[in-house]
Structures are given as C-alpha cells and as structure tokens.
Design a protein around this ligand. Sequence first.
Ligand code: HEC
Length: 113
Amino acid sequence: MRVSNLYTLLFSAVLATTFFLGSCGGNADASRGLSLIEASGCQTCHKMEGALIGPGYKEVAQRYSGADAEVVTQLTNAILNGGSGNWGSVPMTPHPHISAEDAETMVRYILSL
Ligand code: HEC
C-alpha cells in the first residue's frame, strides 16, 4: 500500500510540473502562433473575426471550445493537408511547406482566442 501511495504522489508531482511548464509554454506559444499566422499567408483567407474565404478565427475557437488533443490534431491536419466541408463548400488549400509543429502552434493560438 505504501509503495503505491508513493507512486501516486510521484505521479501527481510529475503531472503538476508538466501542467505548470505546459501552461508557461502556452503563453509563449500563443504569441509565436500569431507571428506564424502572419508570416504564413493565412490572412489571405482568414480574419480574426467574421468569415472571409474561410471562417474567422474567433468562430473557429468558439466551435471547438474545450477542444481535446484529438481536435488539435484534426485542425493541425486540416492546415497541413487542406480541409473542406466543415464550414461551407470552399475548401482550404493544403500547406505542405509548414511543419506539423508550427501548424499545431497556430491551432493552439487560434483556439485560445
Ligand atoms: C486559400 C484560402 C485559405 C488559406 C490560405 C488558409 N485557409 Fe484556413 N480555411 C480556409 C477555408 C475555406 C476553410 C474552411 C474549410 C472547411 O469548410 O472545412 C478553412 C478552415 C480553417 C480552419 C478550421 C478547420 C476545420 O476543420 O474546422 C483552421 C483552424 C484554419 N483554416 C487555419 C488556417 C491557418 C492557420 C492558415 C495559414 C497557415 C490557413 N488556415 C490558411 C481557407 C484558407
């Protein structure tokens, strides 16, 4: 019993540390996410608010609020491979030159809006 308690304690400590580091990283990621969006030509089709060719980022954040890791992956893939049918009949073009990591940073920024 005592050994398993120790493991529980250790596990919670690791979890708390991960969460703490994760949320610090999250803030740095958010401003990086915005710079990446500005540098990647996303604004041709997206505004912060309101539909342009694609949906506004705030609408995206609203639709996926409380998103889990699976949704983050799904949206990251939509940026990388293109997507269609979720917002209308206009598809999003693929962005194969963007790294998966950068695309995910952009998604996390958008979802934070
Ligand atoms: C050529 C126009 C175009 C460009 C450039 C573009 N998008 Fe999109 N985007 C769209 C359209 C259109 C949709 C809606 C697709 C749909 O209905 O599934 C969309 C959807 C999205 C979604 C929501 C996907 C979903 O499944 O709900 C995200 C997130 C997104 N874009 C982010 C980005 C980011 C970040 C960039 C820059 C790397 C970018 N887009 C560049 C047109 C574009």
